[in-house]
Write a protein that binds this ligand. Structure first.
Ligand SMILES: [Cu+2]
Length: 272
C-alpha cells in the first residue's frame, strides 16, 4: 500500500516512471562491421523504457565503460560524450506535455582489428523512488569486426553478465536466442528475465500492458531461451539481487541486472 501511494505521488510530481521495465541501452551504429563499412562506429547509451519510447531517465557518468577484445579490457570512459534527449521522442503522445530533457551518452570507437568486440557499461546505481530501490544494469553488446567470429562467448568478468549461448549477431527475426546468466560469476537459476524491443520510431504498438515487456525465466542452469518475433534491437535484462545500498541514512535493496542487446535482421526477400 505504501508503494501505491509513493507511485501516485511520484506520478503527480512527474518525478519518476509509471513504466516498470527500465533498460540500460548500449546500441552500436553497426553490429557486423565489414572492411567496406570503415572503422568508425558510434555507441549510444541511454537509460530508458525501450518499448514505450520513454520516459528517458537521467544517466550520470557511468562507473565503467569499455570494450573487451581477445581477452583484454580497454577502458573507454574518456571517450563518452554527454548528450541531451527529450524525455519522450516526438512520436510519443506525452511528448507535447513533457518538455524536459534527460542526459544520455555517446561514444565514437575506431575498430582496429578483426574479431568480436564486447562493449560493456557499468552504470552508477540509479535510485527509483517509486520502487524504493536502486537499479544497477550492467550491460553489454557484441560488435563483430572484419570477418573474425571469435570471442562473443567469452565472459568479460562483470558482476552481472549474460553469456550468449547463441552467437549474438547474424540473427534473423524468428531465430531463438539463448543466454546463460551469471550473477557474481555464478549461474543464476530461476531468475526473471525481461525482454523488450527497442521501439525507436514507435512503430510497434502494445495492444495491452503485458505486451510491453516479455517475461521469461532462467532454468535450473541459469539459461534462458527466447524466440525473437521481429527484426530490430532486442534487450534482455536478467533481474538479480545486488544486496543493499545506503541513501540519506536509509538502506535500500539493489536490483543487480545483467543486460545484453542483440539485433535481429529482416528475413531476406523471396523467402517466407
Ligand atoms: Cu524508469
Amino acid at each position: 500500500m505504501k508503494k501505491f501511494w509513493l507511485v501516485l505521488l511520484a506520478l503527480f510530481l512527474g518525478l519518476s516512471c509509471k513504466a516498470w521495465a527500465h533498460f540500460q541501452l548500449l546500441i552500436p551504429s553497426n553490429d557486423i562491421v565489414t572492411v567496406n563499412d570503415g572503422r568508425r562506429i558510434e555507441l549510444f547509451l541511454n537509460f530508458t523504457h525501450p518499448m514505450e519510447g520513454g520516459p528517458n531517465m537521467e544517466m550520470v557518468r557511468p562507473e565503467a565503460f569499455g570494450v573487451f577484445v581477445k581477452g583484454k579490457k580497454y577502458d573507454l570512459l574518456n571517450s563518452l560524450q554527454k548528450i541531451k534527449l527529450p524525455i519522450y521522442p516526438n512520436w510519443h503522445p506525452e511528448a507535447a506535455k513533457e518538455k524536459g530533457t534527460a542526459t544520455a551518452w555517446k561514444a565514437i570507437y575506431k575498430l582496429r582489428r578483426p574479431g568480436d568486440h564486447i562493449f560493456y557499461v557499468v552504470p552508477k546505481p540509479y535510485f527509483e523512488p517509486s520502487e524504493e530501490k536502486f537499479i544497477l544494469q550492467i550491460t553489454k553488446v557484441v560488435v563483430n569486426a572484419f570477418g573474425a567470429e571469435e570471442g562473443w562467448d567469452s565472459p568479460v568478468g562483470l558482476k552481472a553478465e549474460i553469456i550468449p549461448l547463441t552467437r549474438p549477431y547474424g540473427l534473423w527475426e524468428g531465430n531463438t536466442f539463448q543466454g546463460l546468466v551469471l550473477i557474481n560469476g555464478k549461474p543464476a537459476p530461476n531468475l526473471e528475465v525481461e525482454v523488450e524491443y527497442y521501439n525507436k520510431d514507435g512503430r510497434a504498438h502494445a495492444p495491452k500492458d503485458p505486451f510491453v515487456t516479455q517475461v521469461i525465466k532462467t532454468d535450473e542452469n541459469g539459461v534462458f531461451t527466447y524466440t525473437v518475433p521481429w527484426a530490430g534491437w532486442w534487450g534482455f535484462s536478467a533481474l538479480g539481487d545486488g544486496g543493499i545500498l545506503k541513501k540519506d541514512g536509509k538502506t535500500y535493496p539493489v536490483e543487480l541486472d545483467a543486460v545484453i542487446w542483440i539485433k535481429a535482421y529482416l528475413l531476406p526477400k523471396g523467402v517466407k
